[in-house]
Write a protein that binds this ligand. Structure first.
Ligand code: PEP
Ligand code: MG
Length: 328
């Protein structure tokens, strides 16, 4: 079976009856620019830019960042690469920047931190744009957006960086394309502002790790409450369905990039709900392709509709495991 799973790696992802599902990579390490990894995916759905920041002793310079970002863009020249702006704080403190807070997960993290440090944000966005000169596969993703005002503030900075880098591109006789812009859907308040936000963005990316944490008010890394942290909670699943329905109504492309998308049961439920774009770690790619290629879409849909009627996470998980067993 292992061999069969492995051989699925380079095949395109579709359900047993041919419904196409895009599988993208969650990247961040330099190994993710290796050809062996990228041949099996439809692009990079989440490039966590904080990872290279975390591995250095001080803030990387703009030029260093340009080199890093260009390497990943050039590794997927015909595919979209979604680069997320710095998402530090919470579980990802930078060793060279001490932030002491009582509630780091509710504190200075993601977009909140970078909007308070526009210099850091501008350098990073300029580096992304400079890396994308003469290319057309860059998308920019904003983490931890809680409402319209943060988005507008970030967008104004991106526009400023864009006009600066356009001048550089002009001098080089090259073109700079405006990147697609998206937000992470991971802070619950944003769910109620999607209509207002939609005209300002090009796509949504659902972060089930933080969405679960903030919806259930439970620390994603605290072993004591690990049982409460459950993406199979019926309320989390209801929200995931609601996001999909809204994205369809607003005609906004949506993908899921949290760990749930790389879990076979999670992927089955997401595709059964109607999601057609998943982003996951390298180690999940072959497994998820294998599972989806063995199940007809109708069965994914009817299974998902059935478990969405259940009121206990435990029952949803058990029913889903039994469902998957049939295809093993
Ligand atoms: C998420 O929150 O689901 C996500 C993909 O981002 P991160 O795990 O980096 O917070
Ligand atoms: Mg997150």
């Amino acid at each position: 079976l292992q061999q069969e799973v492995e051989s699925t790696f380079t095949k395109k992802t579709e359900t047993a009856d041919g419904v196409r599902v895009e599988v993208h990579l969650n990247a961040g390490l330099s190994a993710d620019t290796s050809i062996a990894i990228n041949r099996g995916v439809d692009g990079v759905g989440l490039y966590r830019t904080e990872v290279p920041f975390l591995m250095q002793r001080s803030f990387p310079s703009e030029d260093d960042q340009v080199n890093q970002y260009r390497a990943i863009l050039d590794c997927y020249p015909k595919q979209p690469v979604v680069m997320r702006t710095l998402d530090i704080g919470g579980d990802k403190p930078l060793p060279y920047l001490k932030i002491e807070e009582d509630n780091p997960f509710l504190g200075w993290r993601g977009i909140r931190f970078t909007l308070d440090h526009p210099d850091i944000f501008l350098i990073q966005v300029r580096a992304m744009l400079r890396a994308s000169i003469g290319r057309d596969n860059l998308s920019i993703l904003l983490p931890m957006i809680s409402g319209l005002s943060e988005l507008l503030e970030a967008k104004a900075l991106i526009e400023r960086a864009f006009s600066e880098v356009t001048e550089i591109a002009d001098q080089q006789g090259e073109t700079l394309k405006l990147p697609r812009l998206g937000i992470m859907v991971e802070v619950p308040s944003v769910l109620y502002q999607l209509d207002t936000i939609a005209p300002h963005i090009d796509f949504l990316s659902v972060g089930t790790n933080d969405l679960t944490q903030y919806l259930l008010a439970v620390d994603r890394n605290n072993a004591r409450v690990a049982e409460v942290y459950d993406t199979f909670h019926p309320s989390v699943l209801a929200v995931l369905k609601q996001i999909l329905d809204n994205s369809k109504r607003l005609k906004l492309p949506v993908s899921v990039c949290g760990e749930f998308a790389g879990d076979p049961i999670g992927a089955v439920l997401l595709v059964g709900m109607g999601y057609r774009q998943l982003s996951m770690n390298t180690r999940s790619v072959a497994k998820i392709k294998y599972v989806l290629r063995h199940i007809p879409s109708e069965e994914l849909e009817s299974h998902t509709a059935t478990v969405q009627q259940l009121s206990l996470a435990r029952d949803i998980r058990n029913a889903s495991e039994a469902f998957l067993e049939q295809y093993n």
